[in-house]
Design a binder for this molecule. Structure first.
Ligand code: NAD
Length: 474
C-alpha cells in the first residue's frame, strides 16, 4: 500500500518535473502547496514553498516542532531496513547493517527541541533573556556517503530550532534523499497540518546547488561534503556553516591497551566500510608496540595484507591524473573488504571487517581520505614522530583525530597539537559522536567555520529581551 502510493507520487512528480522543466532557471511555478510532498524541480520553487511553510511554522508552539521532529525519528526508526536498503541500492557504497544502524540508532541520538535553551540574567535592574530563535529558510547540501542520515539529522536539528530547509542532495544519493523528504513531510502533515517544512530540489545538479547558494530567500547555507564544496561554500557571500572533509589519523603509544586499541580501530574503520568522515583512516604506532598491535588487529576482524598485496591494492585504489597527481578510485570507495581483497589478490575469510597492512608514512593510503576499509599502519620510532606525522596526514582540516594511550600528558600533548573538532581517546572514532561515548550526534561536523558537532543551537539567531526594573521575584 505504502509502496504503490509512493510509486504514484513518484510518477506524478516526474510528470510535474517535466512540465515545469523551465522552473530551474525561471520563476517559481504555481502549484498547490504540499502536492509534491516537498520535492521541487528548482531552487525558486523549493525556496518559495519553504518560505510559505516557515510563515506557518513560526506561529506554532514548541510542541509542534517536537511533533515534527518525532515524525522524522519515527520514520527513520520504523522504516530503517527499507530505507537503508534503498540507500545502498542507489549509492552502491557502504554496508547494509550500518546503513540501517545509522537510521535506527544514530538518528535517535540527534538532539531536538529539548536542546534549546534560554539564558537569563536577573538583578536590581530587571530581567534580561537571551532566546535562540530561527533564521527562516536554510539551504543544505548533503553528501552521498550518508545521504538520508545527513538529511534526517540536519532536518531534526533545523526544525527543532524552528527553521525550514531546502536540500540539494548529491546526485548519486538523490532518489533516497527525495524519498525521505516525501515520507517525513507526509508524517509531519498528518501530525501538525503543515506542508513543505522540508523541501528538496530533484534532480539535484551543480547548477541547482549554485542557485541555492545565491538564492536571496536562503538565510544560511549548511554544507556537508568534501574539499570542493567546502571551498565553494567558504567563498560564498552567504553566511555558511561548513562541515568539510577529514582524514583522521590514529596514534598508538607504548602505554596503550593494545587489545582495546586494535578492537576500536577495526570497529571505527569498518563502520559502513569507512565512509564516515570521522572514521580511522591511518595509524601511527610506536615501534615498541607495533608488532603486538598488528597481531591484535588480526584477532579483532582485520585481515593483514603483505607488502605485495598492499602494492596491488594501491594500484587499483588510485588513479593518476595530470602531473602525476593521484586520485582515489571512486569505484572502490565504500566497497566490502572482500572486493578490496580481490584487487589485492587474496580471498578474505567471511566476517573480515577491514584489511590492513604496513606502509611507509608517505604512502597514498596515508595521504588520501580513501573512504574504504583498508587501513595503513605506519611504524614510527617515537611518540613525537607519531604526532608530527599524524598532523601532517590530517592536512590541517582540523576534523578528527584518535589516540590510544594511558598517559594523560600524551592526551593533552596530542589534543593541543592536532587542534581537531573531534578528538577521541581510547575508543572507536564513533564514540566522538556519542556512539559508545557520551554526547549528542550529528552527521554534519562544522570544522572550518567553527560550529563543531552541529546541534539545534547551531541553526539559531540569538535575540535579547530586557525587562527594565521588574520581573525579579527573589
Ligand atoms: P562531495 O564533496 O563530492 O559532495 C558533497 C555535496 O556537495 C554533494 O551534494 C555534491 O553534489 C555537492 N557539491 C560538490 N561540489 C560542489 C560544488 N563545487 N558546488 C556546489 N555543490 C557541490 O562529497 P561526498 O563524496 O558526497 O562526501 C564525502 C566527503 O564529505 C568526504 O570528504 C567527507 O569527509 C565529507 N564529509 C564531511 C562531513 C562532516 O561532518 N564534516 C560529513 C560527511 C561527509
Amino acid at each position: 500500500m505504502q509502496m504503490s502510493e509512493d510509486l504514484i507520487r513518484s510518477v506524478v512528480q516526474q510528470v510535474l518535473t517535466q512540465m515545469g522543466g523551465a522552473a530551474t532557471n525561471g520563476k517559481a511555478q504555481a502549484r498547490p502547496s504540499g502536492a509534491t510532498l516537498g520535492v521541487y524541480p528548482g531552487a525558486d520553487e523549493a525556496v518559495a514553498a519553504a518560505e510559505a511553510a516557515f510563515e506557518a511554522f513560526r506561529g506554532r508552539p514548541l510542541a509542534d516542532r517536537a511533533k515534527a521532529v518525532a515524525c522524522i525519528r519515527r520514520v527513520c526508526e520504523e522504516q530503517a531496513e527499507e530505507l537503508g536498503r534503498l540507500e545502498l541500492e542507489e549509492t552502491k557504497i557502504g554496508r547494509l547493517d550500518h546503513k540501517v544502524a545509522k537510521l535506527r540508532v544514530a538518528i535517535a541520538k540527534v538532539p531536538g527541541v529539548e536542546y534549546l535553551r534560554t539564558e537569563n540574567w536577573s538583578g536590581d535592574d530587571g530581567l534580561t533573556l537571551n532566546d535562540y530563535t530561527p533564521f527562516g529558510v536554510l539551504g543544505a547540501i548533503t553528501p552521498v556517503t550518508h545521504s538520508l542520515p545527513t538529511l534526517a539529522g540536519n532536518a531534526i536539528n533545523m526544525l527543532a530550532s524552528g527553521n525550514t530547509v531546502v536540500f540539494n542532495a548529491h546526485p548519486s544519493g538523490a532518489r533516497i534523499a527525495a524519498e525521505g523528504v516525501r515520507r517525513f513531510n507526509r508524517a509531519i502533515r498528518e501530525a501538525i497540518g503543515i506542508d513543505d517544512l522540508l523541501t528538496i530540489i530533484d534532480p539535484p545538479t551543480l547548477d541547482t546547488a549554485a542557485a541555492l547558494f545565491k538564492h536571496p530567500g536562503v538565510k544560511v547555507l549548511v554544507v556537508t561534503g568534501g574539499p570542493a564544496v567546502a571551498r565553494a561554500a567558504l567563498g560564498s557571500k552567504r553566511r555558511a556553516i561548513v562541515a568539510g572533509p577529514g582524514n583522521p589519523p590514529v596514534v598508538v603509544d607504548a602505554t596503550a591497551c593494545l587489545e582495546n586499541a586494535a578492537k576500536s580501530i577495526v570497529e571505527g574503520a569498518a563502520f559502513d566500510n569507512n565512509l564516515l568522515c570521522i572514521g580511522e583512516k591511518q595509524v601511527f604506532a610506536v615501534a615498541e608496540v607495533y608488532d603486538k598491535l598488528m597481531e591484535q588487529v588480526g584477532r579483532h576482524g582485520g585481515y593483514r595484507l603483505d607488502a605485495r598485496q598492499v602494492e596491488a591494492l594501491t594500484k587499483a585504489a588510485f588513479t593518476t591524473g595530470e602531473g602525476g597527481k593521484l586520485y582515489v578510485n571512486k569505484d572502490l570507495i565504500g566497497q566490502d573488504p572482500a572486493v578490496l581483497g580481490r584487487h589485492a589478490g587474496v580471498s578474505v575469510p567471511a566476517g573480515t571487517q577491514i584489511l590492513y597492512g604496513e606502509t611507509p608514512a608517505d604512502h597514498p593510503f596515508v595521504d588520501h581520505e580513501q573512504m574504504m576499509p583498508f587501513v595503513p599502519f605506519v611504524r614510527v620510532p617515537n611518540l613525537a614522530s607519531a604526532i608530527a606525522l599524524a598532523k601532517e596526514s590530517e592536512h590541517g582540516y582540523g576534523h578528527t583525530a584518535v589516540l590510544h594511550s594511558r598517559d594523560t600528558s600524551v592526551m593533552s600533548r596530542m589534543g593541543k597539537a592536532m587542534d581537531c573538532t573531534v578528538f577521541v581517546i581510547n575508543g572507536p572514532s564513533t564514540a566522538g559522536l556519542g556512539l559508545g561515548g557520551e554526547g549528542v550526534l550529528s552527521f554534519s561536523i562544522a570544522g572550518p567555520t567553527g560550529e563543531g558537532v552541529t546541534t539545534p543551537l547551531t541553526f539559531c539567531r540569538q535575540r535579547r529581551t530586557a525587562v527594565v526594573g521588574g520581573m525579579r521575584f527573589a
